[in-house]
Write a protein that binds this ligand. Sequence first.
Ligand SMILES: Cc1cc2nc3c(=O)[nH]c(=O)nc-3n(C[C@H](O)[C@H](O)[C@H](O)COP(=O)(O)O)c2cc1C
Length: 355
Amino acid sequence: MAGVDFLKKLGVKFPIIQAPMGGGLSTPELVAAVCNAGALGSLAAAYLTPDQILNEFRQTRAFTDKPLNTNLFAGGYRAESVPDTRPMLSLLAEVHETLGLPAPVLPALPPDPFPFQFEAVLEARPEIFSFTFGIPPGDALKRLNERGIPAMGTATTVEEARMLEKAGVSAIVAQGAEAGAHRGTFLGSFESSMIPTLDLVRAILPAVEVPVVASGGLMDGRDIAQSLALGASAVQLGTAFLVCPEAGTPEAYRRAILSSRTDATVITRAFSGRPARGLRNTFIDKLHGKENSILPYPLQNILTRSMRSAAAKAGNADFLSLWAGQGVTRARSVPAAKLIEQLVSEMKEAGVVFQ
Ligand SMILES: Cc1cc2nc3c(=O)[nH]c(=O)nc-3n(C[C@H](O)[C@H](O)[C@H](O)COP(=O)(O)O)c2cc1C
């Protein structure tokens, strides 16, 4: 089925997906603007409670009647071996003092929210569901299937793609090394799963029968055309949408992206305990050489939350996670509908024919 535009079957005009971007970035306004412009918008639900998920759906549905994707983290809880927490707490205490915050407190590990979030997703009935960090537990994929909701899983290697297909997904997001934010890796080591996007698409295509979506470092219509020419059925772009005015990106984060003149992104575990790509900043540098004291995901993520929120409020990019992909220098600050119009026109210039 590779090469077939599976999105068209769902009623989506263009083979372009706006990536789900957790933490309030892919707002209902952004998602709806993308959907209304003929691409597929994705609500990021991984950091939301079930009530918040239903609420975001309601808000988005009020702005658009087009098909929607929603996304959860299906796995990644690796907090079984927590190192000595004192070095991280003392390092963070210094940062908290700079930001005028009370000293950090070690959070208790909350239960994996996936099962509760998933019930809310089923209630909200998105037209498509995507996930990353693993494979949904139990009969989740079966329940989606019974409701006619296609599921899209994230792979960073051929082995992961094969496993996702076996588990019953309808499409695979091939997340290449260039991608912004967290790596979806769930089988091998993170280091051995850093495959450039187009190489990954090339490798996954002959290994599976389901459609493959290219994701990572794609910023313009030429990049998209190249991915489609290789056999990808669609593309998923994150960083390209981060500076649209409809995105919830804090001002300091926006400025950091728009002032990037070279690819200053690095892979870091500093903010969340899980490898993710973002613009290098003070906090990443502060943890350089101290990687052993970083707590596992999601503890480190919870622990750094007040620092990140305070930094965002203060317009301080030093202590904010500035997730971005390697195409960051090519981000364009235009409304989502305009961006999609530009992407489509560039795709046409690059030879993509739309029926
Ligand atoms: C700020 C940000 C947040 C992201 N959050 C999620 C998420 O919640 N779920 C997910 O499946 N992917 C998430 N991603 C990864 C995207 O799905 C996609 O793989 C990535 O953005 C592609 O690389 P690009 O940013 O270079 O386009 C995120 C990406 C960014 C940039």
